[in-house]
Design a protein around this ligand. Structure first.
Ligand code: CA
Length: 226
């Protein structure tokens, strides 16, 4: 399960990519212009970025350049280009893109390339196992264990638990949780966070003496030991 940012102004292309990724169990945000894409890329944590070259506000080459050079981010970038000229591709790779794909393409092909980038990334980032109290979560195998008992979670519950475990002791507001675990475009008045925290508590905390997920009244939720 990966967090993917898609920077693509053509709505039919971006929604087709987003839908495809979501069907694979990934999370995808879409930015419709270069400036918005760059700002999202710099503020939220992504595992991989799909970046179109021809974009309003700021083109993909500039987005890539600024993201890499000025901000120093190393998240893998796959560039999309409708112009299959070598110039574009060379420029893209020179500015720090890791791979490229020429439009039109089949989603399967995009997915295969994204998986290569994700695998490459996960080799560099070894800490994929979270351990807290008697609870463990492994992002590679998707296995969650508490006190030696395997806990079955849905993909959303898993992502929520992963978010708690990567922010131990930190009070997380509903908005922060929504932005990181759900779609950025979700209606912020929803009570979906409370609903899912309850689901998670029923699986992770219920029946155990020590509760790990706590409500902070008026603020949000925190994972800690009492
Ligand atoms: Ca475009």
């Amino acid at each position: 399960m990966a967090n993917i940012l898609v920077i693509e102004d053509e709505v039919n292309v971006s929604s087709f990519i987003k839908k495809g990724f979501e069907e694979e169990g990934h999370f995808a945000d879409v930015a419709f212009d270069g400036a918005m894409g760059l700002s999202l890329a710099c503020t939220k944590e992504y595992d991989v970025i799909v970046l179109d070259i021809v974009l309003p506000q700021m083109n993909g080459i500039e987005v890539c350049q600024r993201y890499r050079k000025e901000m120093g981010f190393e998240v893998p970038i796959l560039m999309l280009t409708a112009l299959s000229t070598t110039d574009d591709i060379v420029k893209g790779l020179e500015t720090g893109a890791d791979d490229y794909l020429v439009k039109p393409f089949k989603f399967k092909e995009l997915l295969a390339r994204i998986n290569v980038l994700l695998r490459r990334k996960s080799i560099g980032y070894s800490s994929k196992k979270y351990l807290f109290a008697d609870l463990s979560l492994d992002t590679d195998t998707k296995v969650v264990i508490r006190s030696g008992l395997k806990i079955e979670l849905t993909s959303k519950e898993f992502r929520l638990l992963e978010f708690f475990m990567s922010n131990l002791g930190r009070v997380l507001s509903r908005t922060t949780i929504l932005e990181n675990v759900w779609d950025r475009n979700i209606d912020f008045n929803t009570n979906i966070v409370d609903v899912y925290v309850n689901y998670l508590r029923n699986k992770v905390d219920k029946g155990f003496d020590t509760k790990l997920i706590h409500t902070v009244i008026g603020m949000g939720y925190v994972m800690k030991e009492e």
